[in-house]
Design a protein around this ligand. Structure first.
Ligand SMILES: Nc1ncnc2c1ncn2[C@@H]1O[C@H](COP(=O)(O)OP(=O)(O)OP(=O)(O)O)[C@@H](O)[C@H]1O
Length: 305
């Protein structure tokens, strides 16, 4: 496995406001990492730090082993960046704009036409070369933003809210394109949409108020044999863990528990065992340990506090 990004203890303050605090991150080729979080969580700040547009207040970033602070040009050569709003020039035609970008990426002059043709083909822009950017739809502008990011074939792509503002069809097409690109690159993208991260990313980091609140493979966040139980009266967790179908339990509030069942046991077994032991059962619902649950639990608990 090739490590594309290695960042440690990354922080960025704006004045006294910590926009990002103590983030550690590692990305391998072929991985798609999603930064998920509500507005102001620190996603854009993180992506700007990783793309070298913003200097960290502390911490260190390596892109393919190259220190981004010490050798910014060499490190940035390996990455493509799609900002939240791609800096497009409406008065240029698609080909003119891509030629300009290729020059900025310092591609050799002779290699430029082929690089543009490949980028356009990958982004579904083959027939758009002569079109004025001003006349492009939002979806095509986003494709063009992506085309400029992949022109120099970087192994690392950093995409800030790539599907923001697109209609559902455009979103689906762009997600497919991201999955295609991920076959030979590593991608870090930001989003505030759970389904997007679930469908596109292998790994997710939930950011909230500049801190990482959750970091896991998206596969690991799928439901298991977990149940949420609310009991009546004076109960203790031992009452539950003593029951046959229960593999383990954790208390999540007064008389509220998250219960994991043994393999082969189901919710009826649990309900029967609870009632047989003389406990009162007020609620028994499947626990969704997927990303959505975690997302809302974490964000909700924080807001509540
Ligand atoms: N240039 C800046 N100057 C001052 N504060 C900033 C600056 N950029 C970001 N911030 C603050 O840092 C925090 C994180 O912002 P950031 O844009 O990284 O969040 P985000 O998760 O990308 O949000 P959004 O989804 O709205 O883009 C916010 O409180 C924001 O107001």
């Amino acid at each position: 496995m090739e490590t594309l990004v290695f960042a440690t203890n990354l922080s960025r303050d704006f004045g006294r406001h910590p926009a990002l605090s103590n983030l550690d991150l590692c990305l391998e080729r072929g991985q798609v990492l999603g930064l998920l979080g509500p507005n102001g969580a620190g996603k854009t700040t993180c992506l700007r730090l990783l793309s070298g547009l913003l200097a960290p207040s502390s911490g260190r970033i390596e892109i393919l082993g190259i220190d981004l602070a010490r050798r910014p040009l060499a490190a940035k050569r390996h990455l493509g960046y799609l900002p939240e709003r791609p800096p497009l020039y409406p008065e240029l035609r698609v080909d003119e704009y891509l030629t300009h970008c290729a020059q900025l990426h310092r591609l050799p002059r002779r290699a430029i036409p082929a690089a543009i043709a490949t980028a356009k083909q990958r982004c579904g822009l083959e027939d758009q070369g002569r079109r004025l950017i001003a006349k492009l739809s939002r979806g095509y502008r986003q494709r063009l933003g992506l085309a400029q990011a992949i022109l120099h074939r970087p192994p690392l792509l950093i995409l800030d809210e790539p599907t923001e503002g697109l209609d559902p069809v455009q979103m689906r097409e762009l997600r497919q394109l991201i999955r295609d690109l991920a076959q030979d690159t590593g991608i870090i993208l930001s989003s505030h949409l759970l389904p997007e991260v679930q469908s596109v990313c292998d790994r997710v980091m939930i950011l909230h108020r500049g801190r990482v609140r959750f970091d896991a493979e998206t596969r690991a966040a799928r439901p298991t044999n977990l149940w949420r139980v609310r009991l009546g009266g004076e109960t203790h967790i031992m009452h539950l863990t003593a029951l046959d179908p229960v593999a383990g339990a954790i208390a999540i509030g007064p008389n509220r528990f998250q219960v994991e069942l043994r393999e082969g046991s189901n919710s009826s077994d649990l309900a029967r065992a609870i009632l047989r032991s003389g406990l009162e059962l007020f609620e028994l619902v499947p626990e969704r340990t997927d990303l959505e649950r975690t997302f809302f639990d974490l964000i909700g608990a924080e807001e509540h506090a």
